[in-house]
Design a protein around this ligand. Structure first.
Ligand code: ATP
Ligand code: MG
Length: 337
């Protein structure tokens, strides 16, 4: 059942994956309006709900196992829908296990360090899901489109010489390989919107008063560099989609479809990790049994020795079906009233 579900998800996300070693040219290679076989938004919403439940279950196991961490890198042009992805896809998970970090123009302190420093400082702990709202990839996107950013980075001349972008791609690939070797899994999502859809979303931000706060004249100025960004994204996708950390290009013109795709890629990663609840040894189980007997002996007059075990037993008796009763496994279990 799980394998079947995993296989369905794998097939669904395959067309979004940038195969390592291939050359991507945007906008030709990925259609922002692609929506697979899902024809209606209503079917998509049901699918997203199922995906969110699945993510919540896997996140609990990821946290309990405390061995692997997941880093989601979200990249998009302005109005690409990063905030909506975070809000919807993560809506079912325990907030304690998820940290969102948004990366803006670097501060003076950040510029005083190597360019990967600020990202390394905000990596999630094991057992957690970290979301980078913009990520280390800005270092080969906005910095490439506006090279004056490179001058602000206080680099020695040799670090700025010809070939800087290829060097950065290699450095990023190596950093991600190091993270993978150390138990991190990267989920790299590029939300691919069309120029026309961005125009429509900017206008909506102007037309709807409640959205005015989202509008930024700087975003419209940045739009003038559309072709340069498409070029920078194409180079980035081609050079940094690796076996250990592949890129997924999410068709983002339809927000509802983008959310399903992002959820599916994250679910695929978690299924692949297959985190398990830690099991206890026979000796630990015996020790738990001894503690349980002591707690049962403290039951006040008239109270069941073990209220939980009693509720399980009466539910079983009521439905005639055995319930998942972790309790019955316990060694040295005493009979309940
Ligand atoms: P939203 O507009 O939805 O709140 P946002 O991610 O666009 O989210 P902004 O504060 O509008 O956030 O913009 C952040 C800006 O910081 C972007 O223009 C981005 O290109 C810029 N930025 C991010 N990283 C770097 C970097 N390393 N060097 C220079 N600029 C950067
Ligand atoms: Mg912005």
């Amino acid at each position: 059942m799980v394998d079947e579900r995993a296989e369905r998800i794998r097939k669904f996300i395959r067309p979004l994956r940038v195969e390592p070693g291939t050359t991507v040219t945007l906008p030709a290679d990925f259609d922002p309006r692609y929506k697979a076989h899902i024809l209606k938004k209503k079917d998509g919403v049901a699918l997203l709900r199922t995906g969110i439940e699945l993510l919540a279950d896997y996140q609990r196991r990821l946290a309990a196992q405390d061995t692997y961490g997941v880093l989601v890198c979200l990249q998009a042009l302005d109005a690409g829908g990063k905030d909506g992805i975070i809000r919807h896809v993560m809506s079912g998970v325990n907030p304690q296990g998820v940290q969102v970090n948004s990366f803006k123009v670097p501060s003076a302190e950040e510029l005083d360090h190597d360019y990967l420093w600020r990202y390394a400082c905000r990596l999630p702990a094991r057992g957690n899901i970290g979301i980078f709202n913009r990520s280390h990839y800005e270092e080969v996107l906005v910095v490439r489109v506006h090279p004056e950013n490179l001058d602000r980075q206080k680099l020695p001349p040799e670090a700025k010489r010809k070939g800087v972008w290829n060097r950065r791609y290699n450095e990023i690939n190596e950093w991600e390989r190091y993270l993978t070797d150390n138990g991190y899994r990267l989920v790299k999502l590029f939300l691919n919107i069309s120029r026309e859809e961005q125009r429509a979303r900017f206008l909506k931000r102007i037309d709807v008063p409640e959205r005015n706060w989202k509008f930024s004249a700087a975003d419209v100025r940045e739009r003038e560099h559309w072709d340069e960004y498409q070029h920078a994204f194409s180079k980035m996708l081609s050079a940094t989609s690796t076996r250990w950390a592949p890129w997924y290009v999410i068709p983002a013109d339809r927000k509802w479809f983008a959310r399903i795709c992002a959820g599916a890629v994250l679910a695929h990663t978690l299924i692949d990790i297959d985190p398990r609840y830690p099991t206890v040894s026979a000796e630990e189980r015996r020790a738990l049994g001894a503690v349980a007997r002591r707690l049962e002996s403290e039951a006040p007059e008239g109270a069941p020795a073990d209220p939980y075990a009693m509720s399980i037993a009466s539910a079983e008796a009521g439905s005639g079906k055995p319930k998942k009763a972790q309790k019955s496994e316990r060694a040295g279990k005493t009979e309940n009233a």
